[in-house]
Design a protein around this ligand. Structure first.
Ligand code: NAP
Length: 246
């Protein structure tokens, strides 16, 4: 599934799962825009990806800010002239039990995780409708389907992404644009590395595969949706969770 000649934007692409997606696309030949809230880390990742012989660019983009998103898409169009793939990956957590959750923590998570997907998808669709081609892939989470104590804001944002994905899919299917989501389970990241051993063991018990997933496992599912060959697959969610939810 080659992506040569395609231009892909990955939000939160400087590190973690976003970086793994960017690398996976770069290996398949896509030109990559790494967008992140920190320009310096986006630029570092974009520089690394250039080793694949593709065109890369770094963008300072806070996905929760409408003016920054509009300006960022303008920049992409002037540099690349098109946008084929948008991966809405940027996401944060601000955990706490519902009773104690601060309004600002609710707003921050919904603002970045859900409103950010809305803002970026809206800009992308403007471009993709004209091209009559586009792939939008949103990163949800297993907690959108299972809930998770301490993550009222996060699970609501991720469940919202699933509804938004399906609506985007229905609105633009006739224009050559697909919208799909990937819902990761527990993925080995700096966050899971830092967990106490007993907490890690408890988490592992809930995963039939007996191991955390990798960022590469998530990237491979995203790459399936991003491919030109996946044109008849839209409004779907791929669960990447080692069987912990099915
Ligand atoms: P991560 O390592 O924290 O990376 C997220 C990236 O997004 C960081 O580079 C971060 O920048 C950036 N970012 C934060 N706020 C932003 C904003 N407002 N605008 C643009 N970029 C922003 O997270 P991850 O573990 O790779 O997760 C990536 C996605 O997968 C998220 O949507 C997450 O919810 C989802 N997910 C992760 C897991 C998991 O187990 N890791 C499981 C299910 C779903 P800074 O570092 O500078 O803040």
């Amino acid at each position: 599934m080659e992506l040569k000649g395609r231009v892909a934007l990955i939000t939160g692409g400087a590190r973690g799962i976003g970086k793994a997606i960017a690398e996976c696309f770069a290996r398949r030949g896509a030109d990559i825009v790494v967008a992140d809230i920190s320009y310096d880390s986006a630029a570092e990742t974009a520089k690394e990806l250039a080793a694949y012989g593709i065109k890369t660019s770094a963008l300072k983009l806070d996905v929760s800010k409408a003016d920054e998103v509009a300006a960022g898409f303008g920049e992409i169009m002037s540099q690349f002239g098109r946008l084929d793939i948008l991966v809405n990956n940027a996401g944060i957590t601000r955990d706490g039990l519902l009773l104690r959750m601060k309004e600002e923590d609710w707003d921050a998570v919904i603002g970045i995780n859900l409103k950010g997907v809305f803002l970026c998808s809206k800009e992308a669709v403007k471009v993709m409708v004209k091209q009559k081609y586009g792939r939008i892939i949103n990163i949800a989470s297993v907690v959108a389907f299972m809930g998770n104590p301490g993550q009222a804001n996060y699970s609501a944002s991720k469940a919202g992404i699933v509804g938004l994905t399906k609506t985007t899919a229905k609105e633009y299917a006739s224009r050559g644009i697909t919208a799909n989501a990937v819902a990761p389970g527990f993925i080995a990241t700096a966050m899971t590395d830092a967990l106490a051993e007993n907490v890690r063991q408890e988490m592992l018990k809930s995963i039939p595969a007996g191991a955390f997933g990798t960022a590469g496992d998530v990237a491979n599912a995203v790459a399936f949706f991003a491919a030109p060959e996946s044109s008849y697959v839209t409004g779907q969610v791929i669960h990447v969770n080692g069987g912990m939810y099915m």
